[in-house]
Design a binder for this molecule. Structure first.
Ligand code: AMP
Length: 583
């Protein structure tokens, strides 16, 4: 009889009772170290995410269990067991080790959701490296900024994406090897002279590899995240994050060993690694990777075909599904779905109500961010869902609402959402930016950048960002990044960027642009500028709306007053913003 690798219980005896029944009870006297024993650890006491996600299931006799079902965008399907994942990740670990990757060296991956991405991800961790997956829809500039800042020495990509960023690669001198995955020879292009072929390297590599004994404090994964000022910052996570990713997979996503799990997030964003890889696989769950983008029909087909039981998605996607209506839901058998969760933006109450009608269950909102590395606050399976609330902090997490002086506010008051430091998946640095990292900690709290409220019963309610960062379709966009791209256009002299409300994406990026004297502000120019930015950044980040303006409102020190732009845009009295900081 098969055994659950974690609880060691025979699987047939495992129930689908919620993994977390009473949060307050579970939180009593809880210490994160209590969870340590649920992971396996390395023989000498080290901790490696790849071992916990893959190899240990083989050790526990589940080598033949399906780890990954890959559904390609052209209808292809590939299935990998935990044993096969172990072999593939070992091969990649050998490849990068032979190429000279040392402990802590960075491997950046710029790929679509192909199986090879996942092999390279965990193989890099096995080799002691740090892995940075990049969103494949990025244009050249975000890729350049991240490669330059991280000093990545190995860059793994695929032909059409390599082509997209060919112009910036010479500006990234730290890259020693460019490796190209040409899956099933989808591309007929030859490799550039200096590039290496993934397929050839993997063919020659051994299936055996002795995992580098990383400690729980060693760096493992980097994700860049946008702030109000400057370029995106690389939030660095440690192997220790596995503890919380495993625990929240159980508690907040209610993963059981026999689940079929579908996370719609891309690995270029933190949800795509913490919950697209770590949470399901540390829990030994079969993980469905769907290569295609959003499509109501394809998503429902996929859930129906593979009998998905747990589905983790995002509010923008849910609103798009709502727009697609009831018909596609009716045309599919979605009865396998046992638990649905959502993250990334506020989940509006209508979406929760709609979920109840369509799927006969609530959609469970939860809250976290790149820096927290894992879910912090959740509506979990057994709790009463309050539509519009992001739930309660999970066991081991203390969250508070603070005033402007960072003092705790009572329930019912709006303030800064903060977390008591010391959780296992807490980021440990912004790469090369300790000043910014330190600025996030005030009076013993980590300040999240969000505004929220807590009600009398301890449920948290998101109110908005406390800075100028824009959340469009669940992606954080730093206005500075977009403004910098805009002013590179030869006719633009200055630009200010804000988020404006949108029914589907919550916010979309709107740019205000002042042009060079004498330039005619035509529709053709507007389109040209928007196209220009889209090719530099990505469609996800580029402005959806643009307005010409004579000159931008600025503070005395010359900084653009984005909040004034926003107040004007939203028709708020300008007096309302008179108290805004002059910075
Ligand atoms: P990221 O670091 O890109 O994952 O974005 C994290 C940010 O997304 C948070 O700081 C929030 O502003 C927003 N966010 C994430 N989850 C939620 C949620 N459940 N409700 C409201 N906002 C959320």
């Amino acid at each position: 009889m098969p055994f659950d690798p974690i609880s060691k219980a025979p699987i047939s005896e495992m129930s689908v009772m919620p993994n977390l029944v009473d949060r307050d009870e579970a939180a009593k006297g809880f210490e994160w170290t209590d969870m340590y024993s649920e992971l396996d650890w390395l023989p000498d006491g080290g901790l490696n995410k790849a071992y916990e996600a893959i190899d240990r299931h083989v050790e526990h006799g589940h080598g033949d269990k399906v780890a990954m079902i890959w559904a390609g965008k052209n209808g292809e399907e590939e299935i990998y067991t935990f044993s096969e994942m172990k072999a593939q990740t070992n091969r990649w670990a050998n490849v990068v080790t032979d190429l000279g990757l040392g402990r802590g060296d960075r491997v950046f991956i710029f790929m679509d959701r192909l199986p090879e991405l996942y092999f390279a991800f965990f193989g890099t961790l096995k080799a002691g490296g740090v892995v940075g997956p990049l969103f494949s829809a990025f244009g050249p500039e975000p890729v350049r900024d991240r490669l330059q800042d991280s000093g990545a020495s190995i860059f793994l990509t695929q032909p059409e994406l390599r082509e997209k960023v060919a112009g910036i690669l010479p500006e990234c001198p730290d890259i020693k090897h460019i490796i190209v995955v040409n899956k099933d020879r989808r591309s007929s292009d030859d490799l550039a002279d200096s590039d290496l072929s993934y397929e050839e390297l993997m063919l020659d590599a051994s299936d055996d590899f002795g995992i580098v004994s990383t400690s729980m404090y060693d760096y493992s994964i980097m994700h860049y995240t946008s702030g109000t000022t400057g370029k995106p910052k690389g939030a660095v996570h440690r192997h220790l994050a596995a503890v919380q990713q495993y625990a929240t997979g159980k508690w907040a996503l209610d993963l059981h060993f026999d689940d079929i799990y579908f996370c719609t997030a891309d690995p270029g964003w933190v949800t795509g690694t913490s919950y697209g890889m770590m949470a399901p696989w540390t829990n030994g769950v079969t993980n469905l990777i769907y290569e295609g983008g959003f499509s109501a029909n394809n998503w429902y087909d996929t859930i129906d075909k593979y009998k998905v039981t747990v589905w983790y998605t995002a509010p923008t996607a849910i609103r798009m599904l709502m727009r697609a209506g009831e018909e596609p839901v009716k045309n599919h058998d979605l009865s396998s779905l046992r638990f649905i969760a959502s993250v990334g933006e506020p989940l509006n109450p209508e979406a929760v109500v709609w979920g109840n009608e369509m799927f006969n269950q609530a959609i469970h909102d939860n809250w976290w961010q790149t820096e927290t590395g894992a879910i912090m606050c959740a509506n979990y399976a057994s709790m009463e869902v309050r539509p519009g609330s992001m739930g309660k902090p999970i066991p081991g997490i203390e969250m508070g609402i603070l005033d402007a002086e960072y003092n705790l506010l009572p329930a019912g008051e709006d303030g800064l959402l903060a977390v008591k430091p010391g959780w296992p998946s807490q980021f440990h640095a912004y790469w090369n930016n300790s000043e910014m990292y330190n600025s996030k900690y005030k009076k013993g709290w980590y300040i999240t950048g969000d505004q929220a409220q807590m009600d009398e019963d301890g449920y948290f309610w998101f109110q908005g960002r406390s800075d100028d960062v824009i959340n469009t379709a669940g992606h954080l966009v730093g206005p500075f990044e977009v403004e910098s791209a805009l002013i590179e256009h030869p006719d633009v002299v200055e630009a200010g960027v804000i988020g404006v409300p949108d029914d589907i994406a919550m916010e979309v990026v709107k740019a205000f642009v002042a042009t060079r004297p004498g330039v005619e502000q035509t529709d053709a120019l507007r389109r040209d500028i928007m196209r220009f930015v889209r090719t530099k950044l990505s469609a996800a980040v580029a402005p959806r709306q643009m307005e010409f303006i004579e000159s931008l409102p600025k503070t005395r020190s010359g900084k653009i007053m984005r909040r004034l732009l926003k107040a004007r845009e939203l028709g708020l009295p300008e007096g309302d913003i008179s108290t805004l900081e002059d910075d």
